[in-house]
Design a protein around this ligand. Structure first.
Ligand SMILES: C[S@@+](CC[C@H](N)C(=O)[O-])C[C@H]1O[C@@H](n2cnc3c(N)ncnc32)[C@H](O)[C@@H]1O
Length: 232
């Protein structure tokens, strides 16, 4: 993975620069890579969390704000936070409805304790430098009983599906990304899955941070994971 994944001490800066670079094409590449399924996964998670009027929702590492827009349409008041300025600008330019786009770091959220009813986060976990401090921040800002929804890539369990998915993710995705956007960024994408802890470890991290009632679902035959949890 040398040359694809940045050295640990440079990861945050490198990830921020990379998303600033690919911001203009980000949504289009997502739609092409997922056959336009990505929005359906976000909608399903917003419904699972029962997000609606009266909820204040944080879209953590919002990118261009796809999750934020879905939560807003469900009636919530939404704060969309990311550290990549150009991703935020893309979102702010595209989503006309009222929501707050905030530049900030997931490891140090500029939000009051117990001020948020639900958090959603799409495809961000593997981009953070460390997960426990992010989960600790989510626990701090959520009110007791608040809900968290995390969408991420995963690896299918079935060996044949896993092999097919490996070819698509590791070989086809960088080609599509290279043609439509930036080859280095879309080589990073599959490689960055190696940052994700195995399922039980990830759920244990959430439990240790003070979350319960964890429920994991899969999409695309196990290539995508969708986790819902409740802040205790
Ligand atoms: C793959 S994109 C996901 C964007 C969006 N959530 C979605 O569902 O498409 C990952 C996002 O995480 C953001 N990110 C990574 N580390 C972050 C951090 N420490 N604080 C805030 N945003 C971060 C990146 O800037 C990028 O916009």
């Amino acid at each position: 993975m040398t040359g694809v994944l940045p050295p640990a001490e440079e990861k945050a800066r490198s990830v921020q620069r990379m998303f600033d670079r690919i911001a203009p094409q980000y949504d289009r590449v997502n739609r092409v890579m997922t056959g336009r399924r990505d929005q359906a996964w976000r909608v399903a998670l917003v419904r699972r969390l029962r997000i609606g009027p009266g909820d204040t929702v944080l879209d953590l590492a919002c990118g261009t704000g796809d999750f934020a827009e879905i939560a807003r349409k469900a009636g919530a008041t939404v704060i969309a936070l990311d550290f990549a300025r150009r991703m935020l600008l893309q979102g702010a330019g595209r989503h006309v409805g009222a929501m707050a786009f905030v530049q900030g770091d997931a490891l140090q959220l500029p939000l009051a304790s117990r001020s948020i009813d639900a958090v959603v986060s799409g495809f961000a976990l593997r981009n953070f430098t460390s997960l426990p401090p992010v989960f600790a921040e989510l626990h701090r800002i959520l009110r007791p009983g608040g809900r968290a929804g995390l969408l991420e890539v995963d690896r299918p369990r079935n060996a044949a599906l896993r092999a097919g998915h490996g070819v698509y993710f590791n070989r086809v995705v960088p080609v599509i990304g290279g043609l439509l956007s930036d080859r280095a960024a879309y080589r990073y994408l599959p490689a960055s899955a190696s940052y994700l802890p195995p399922e039980l470890e990830l759920l244990e991290m959430l439990r240790s941070a003070g979350f319960g009632k964890m429920q994991k679902k899969n999409h695309m035959m196990g290539a995508i994971q969708s986790i819902a949890a409740v802040r205790t």
